[in-house]
Design a binder for this molecule. Structure first.
Ligand SMILES: [Zn+2]
Length: 192
């Protein structure tokens, strides 16, 4: 696993506490955003990977513009990779100062049956990966932890994208809270 499991330093503890304390990302209402989110649903219905990728890129571009942070490159892939932990849903890879952009990858087909992922599941994964980006670029956290606050921020982004949704997925912080996506290590995402 690419997650760091080393002992928490004092600065890790401070970053974890700060991550946990921030429970929402405020984004101004945007008709452009809502239109672009609807385009992702329409693109998924066509099952055309390239269309889904373009639509997803436009959603994250709008979020990044609204929040005035550096844009990301979105890559939509086909069948989810698997290992003994389960299926990989998405991946955030920071550029780490290289010439490339920070990158988000999201997989659009399930591993076993190759079905196209449900729209809300796909959108939540996309916004989960955006949330890691915002931890660094918007909140200026040194590390991006899967804290309870992180999942609340993820939910706030979903609510911004789909204001009428009442879905609130309750999730516990991962074991010991010791899992993180470090700046220097690409973070693998395995949502249950
Ligand atoms: Zn994550």
């Amino acid at each position: 696993m690419p997650y760091s499991r080393r002992r928490f330093s004092r600065s890790d503890e401070r970053a974890y506490a700060r991550s946990n304390a921030i429970t929402a990302i405020r984004v101004l209402p945007s008709a452009v955003l809502r239109t672009r989110v609807a385009a992702v649903a329409a693109a998924l219905a066509t099952e055309d990977r390239r269309r889904v990728e373009l639509a997803s890129q436009q959603v994250l571009d709008e979020f990044c513009q609204l929040l005035r942070v550096a844009p990301l490159r979105v890559e939509v892939c086909g069948k989810r990779p698997t290992n003994h932990y389960g299926e990989l849903h998405g991946l955030y890879t920071p550029a780490n100062g290289t010439a490339t952009r920070d990158r988000v990858q999201v997989w659009m087909r399930t591993a076993r049956r190759l079905q196209v992922v449900a729209f809300k599941t796909f959108l939540r994964t996309l916004l989960h990966e955006l949330c890691h980006h915002l931890d660094y670029e918007y909140l200026k956290l040194e590390c991006s932890f899967h804290t309870e606050g992180f999942y609340r921020r993820e939910s706030s982004l979903v609510y911004t994208a789909l204001p009428r949704t009442t879905e609130r997925r309750v999730r516990e912080p991962l074991a010991g809270g010791a899992l993180r996506v470090a700046r220097s290590i690409p973070g693998l995402e395995q949502s249950p």
